[in-house]
Design a protein around this ligand. Sequence first.
Ligand SMILES: [Zn+2]
Length: 426
Amino acid sequence: MTLPESRPASTVPLCRHREDCRLCQSKNVAVALPLKPSPLADQYVPASLLKQPQPSFPLDLYLCLDCGHAQVLDVIDPEVLFRHYIYESATSSPGLVEHFKKYSEQVLSRVRPPRGSLAVDIGSNDGTLLRFFQKAGLKTLGIDPAQEVAAKATASGIRTIPVFFTSEVGRNLAAEEGPAALVTANNAFAHSDELADMADGVREMLAPDGVFVFEVSYVADLVAGRVFDFIYHEHLCHHSVKPLRTFLSRHGLQLFDVERLPIKGGSLRCFAQKAGGPHPTRPTVTQLMALEADMKLDQLEPYQQLSDTLDGLRSRLLVLLAQARGAGRRIAGYGASATTTTLLHHFELGPYVEFLVDDNAGRQGLFSPGLHLPVLAPEQLYERKVNDVLLMAWRYYQPIVAAHRRFTDAGGRFILPLPELKVLPL
Ligand SMILES: [Zn+2]
């Protein structure tokens, strides 16, 4: 198929404010969780780019008061966000490879696509997931707009088309490659501003008995677990079952099963088929809809409560950090991921943190988005005689604290900002 021409990479990203709900197009939307503006969360930069501005953009979480979908409506040009995306699943995180292996096994045992049938992955990255499907005897096709990553995947034997997935792409692929027994999308459904067109494309591609499996972050977990730092511009949608089910059905797709997963602060794995497909709807769908109704996730109240809770945590944390600095203590942050950026900016932690450390060697030597805090190896906590470590990667604090006993043995403190403010050791 013909590929659209790519525009040159722009250094200043374009942001536009969307007026309507991404799922139902209602304009009856309201700010549910106000967040401080933030630069693009994953754009850690090398020293050579420090002179280029990294502006902040609005990052409020909105709620559609008609369908109940929680979403970021300040949308960064996807060409800027994803065309030159450097994140590669296999090289970036061994844990993620293991996740995809298990994921492929679970999906194959549920869906049981015939050998030789087509599996398509939308947002396929370096082809990690498709490689497992290929080993299981399926024909595979990846779709990913990140050109360098797509080219590498193709060269390694996982054919990958470097385009944004649209209904037109879906229609063309169905004609050229035949219908798909399995279509997967991980994160693409949380990252795209054009969900309606994407859903139409999936319907075009699916075989009558084909299954569409996708994972999205679950707003019930975001609210209950206070995982607000998973809100950033790459993560536009924070889904719940009720609005998602209505949306899919409007596009000729039927949600027939959902599973909750602990990954990424809490996610949903969703199974859908063409309307009238062979799979009966499992009780999990109505069970989660009942949970969402109990939590009132389609109303502003739980988000406003979360906002008040975060305000309280932030004030107490800033007092603690100011006292530590006043006593001459040196403070660094542990963890340099996309979530760190939202946390740093919403809690306004920049003035207190001298530098960040991260176990990922690929992040070391870079500078944090906007604030340009250097990212160093964890060993620097000792070299630079840090007294307090603020756990930016707060959801993973246990292995971090366990790995750095000698830090606390020598009098250092870990500060856990969420879900409750704690100083460790207690
Ligand atoms: Zn809506």
